[in-house]
Design a protein around this ligand. Sequence first.
Ligand code: PMV
Length: 319
Amino acid sequence: MMIIGKGRAPGKVILFGEHAVVYGRPALAAPVTQVAAEAVVAQGPRGAGLTVWAEDLGRQVAVRDASPDDPLAAAARLTLAHLGLAEPDWRVTVRSTIPIASGMGSGAAVSAAIIRALADATNTQYPIPHLSLSPDAVSALVYEVEKLHHGAPSGVDNTVIAYEQPVYFVRGQPPQPFAIGRPFMLAIADSGIASPTRITVGEVRRAWEQAPARFEALFDRIAAIVEAARSAIAAGEPEDLGALMDQNHALLQEIGVSCAELDALATAARAAGALGAKLSGGGRGGNLIALVGPKTMDPVVTALRKAGALSVITTQVGA
Ligand code: PMV
């Protein structure tokens, strides 16, 4: 089978600012390149149209027959429309090593990989001037797909995945890739609890409606932590992030999006020497991130596994 196009996209973590970012406050997010979604395009049988085969999900989708809210078909359809292309007879195969439904952006990365692979195949198959989708274009297309299952996402996930670098993100503003003064290491522990972001975002919305002043004040405190974290990262003082992570986690507990399992992981990581720990993403499950140094990495990973993490990924943020 001859490959005529390829696309790839990394996983991501939200470092600081989840939930508050939905209410206009800033967030910091970074790609996680150890895990990725990869898509390849091959010619299919004549007349068969465009199909997407998601190996890990065991799903094959014929784009022309799929329902409008099918995310795999939507990623393909939106890309064809963006490129001004009639439906080709291509078969897209997508694989991902990003844990599903754990807050690492697997859905957004799968969409981005499909979009990039289709753009790449268009370049190899059609005699048009070389076309490359800008990060902004990829981000906007992924956002359209994300809306199908998240309602009204802030846009932070698609942005960091499309830019493939750490970003300071404020809803509705151009994303700002930010400088990392000195790289730092994170342990990312999967609680194993699938927790759809749509649900926690909806619950926060209802709680905010009941007590707007209280929630606005919590979001302001999170925004101040995000600004302090951005300065510490830019200044090459990542050790300062530990205390900021602990404070951000405490505020997320007050907002109501932590859970006993995530709190137990945070306590275990800190006890094993992590400089700080917080939930990352929608909460109530999904991931916990812990700031580790070269000496504390192994003990923290072991402690997280013992405390119930399904898997633990370590990643370096920054070059
Ligand atoms: O669960 P994740 O990693 O997709 O993160 C969602 C982040 C929220 O701030 C909770 C929602 C959003 O749309 O930004």
